[in-house]
Design a protein around this ligand. Structure first.
Ligand SMILES: NC(=O)c1ccc[n+]([C@@H]2O[C@H](COP(=O)([O-])OP(=O)(O)OC[C@H]3O[C@@H](n4cnc5c(N)ncnc54)[C@H](O)[C@@H]3O)[C@@H](O)[C@H]2O)c1
Ligand SMILES: [Zn+2]
Length: 359
């Protein structure tokens, strides 16, 4: 088992990573609780909910709340129904909320934990590769019909228990999605890791390698959020690929493309913009080949309308007048934020759409 400590502003917490550790949950926890509410989704519940419930001793009263799987559950309706469950079961300030699932469950459960009774303890049990990213750093949120994550806050978990055995049941599209954030962490931090990753085939990766990459990714995120928890500066680097990704997800309709797949395509575009804007030396060709060899849905990006995408990008929080603040790379491991004129960006996007339509 591996342990990574995150020093957040409110408290330090550990991310424990290991195979089958869901069965030892209570033993790994720093505290015991009289009441625990486990929040999960309909896809994860039949796979792992019983294991986690069984991991608590008879002294703990364990409640469950299961939401439909999918991004649509990060909603006001599900949030409200979750609070009903907390109130019905009389959870108090000393109770614990556990989020068992991917990033959707983590964000929803964390937001409920942050607001119920002005905040109760929250423990993350991520079950997707993507959630190596979302379970660390304390951002919790639900969506509004006008955009993703518009209602949320910063709320750090008391602990993250990451049972990597749960990743074995993920379908290929979710594995690909998770690797969109893994490759982001590699590009932000480490040329040697990046080269190694871009030379590997995701579906052929063994568990040992996967676990190593997840720990490396968590460490990259930890190092950044410890320095800039509230995204005043370098935390913005974690948005590499995300400006186009969010616009793509919204434009294609949520569910057409997963978050991490959209991020992977957004990174390709960010590499192209970096070459133009900061004369960067980057493995863009290798990256493109990696996306195609691993079946990322690059074709979907060819169907988009550049005007609509640009207006969505402007709404993505980072616009100051006609300039978009874009996360670029000078080289692998050297990110920077640069303002790019809307007109220039539109030109790059038109070229990019042409390039992706050739694949
Ligand atoms: N808070 C943050 O810092 C942060 C960072 C990145 C992403 N996010 C959020 O995370 C969400 C995306 O996370 P995600 O990709 O994990 O999506 P998700 O939670 O929707 O999970 C994807 C799918 O996989 C299923 N699933 C989960 N675990 C499984 C398992 N072990 N076996 C089989 N199926 C399983 C789920 O039921 C779902 O259908 C988005 O809402 C995004 O906004 C948050
Ligand atoms: Zn992301």
């Amino acid at each position: 088992m591996e342990k990574i400590t995150i020093n957040a502003s409110t408290h330090s917490y550990n991310v424990e990573i290991g195979a089958s550790i869901r069965f030892q949950l209570e033993g790994l926890m720093n505290k015991t609780y009289k009441k625990v509410l486990i929040i999960t989704d309909h896809q994860v519940a039949p796979l792992y909910l019983e294991d986690v419930k069984q991991a608590f001793s008879s002294q703990t009263e364990v409640f469950e709340h299961i939401v439909p799987a999918g991004e649509a559950s990060k909603s006001m309706e599900q949030y409200s129904s979750l609070l009903d469950t907390c109130i019905t079961n009389k959870l108090d300030r000393k109770s614990l909320i556990v989020g068992l699932g991917g990033g959707m469950v983590g964000d929803l459960a964390g937001f409920a934990a942050s607001t119920y009774l002005r905040g109760v303890d929250f423990l993350q049990m991520p079950t997707t590769i993507l959630a190596h990213d979302s379970s660390v750093g304390g951002k919790v949120a639900i969506n509004h019909s006008q955009g993703k994550n518009l209602i949320g806050c910063f709320y750090n978990p008391v602990q993250v228990i990451y049972d990597t055995e749960t990743l074995l049941s993920l379908p290929p599209s979710e594995i690909r999605s998770g690797f969109g954030e893994v490759v982001k962490h590699a590009l932000l931090s480490d040329p040697a890791w990046c080269t190694e990753l871009l030379e590997s085939e995701i579906s052929a990766m063994n568990n040992e390698k996967l676990n190593l990459y997840l720990s490396k990714g968590i460490q990259v995120k930890a190092d950044i959020v410890e320095k800039d928890e509230k995204e005043q500066g370098i935390r913005q680097h974690l948005n590499l690929g995300h400006t186009l990704a969010h616009a793509l997800e919204a434009e294609l309709g949520y569910g057409q493309i997963t978050h991490g797949e959209a991020v992977a395509i957004g990174i390709w575009f960010a590499l192209r913009v970096s070459e133009k804007q900061v004369d960067a030396a980057l493995p863009t060709r290798k990256y493109r080949d990696w996306l195609i060899n691993n079946d990322y849905p690059v074709k979907l990006a060819a169907e988009i309308d550049s005007d609509k995408i640009i207006s969505r990008m402007k709404w993505d929080k980072k616009t100051v007048e006609s300039q978009l603040h874009y996360v670029l790379l000078k080289s692998v491991g050297q990110p920077l934020v640069k303002s790019v004129e809307e007109d220039e960006l539109k030109g790059y996007l038109t070229d990019f759409i042409k390039e992706v339509s050739q694949h």
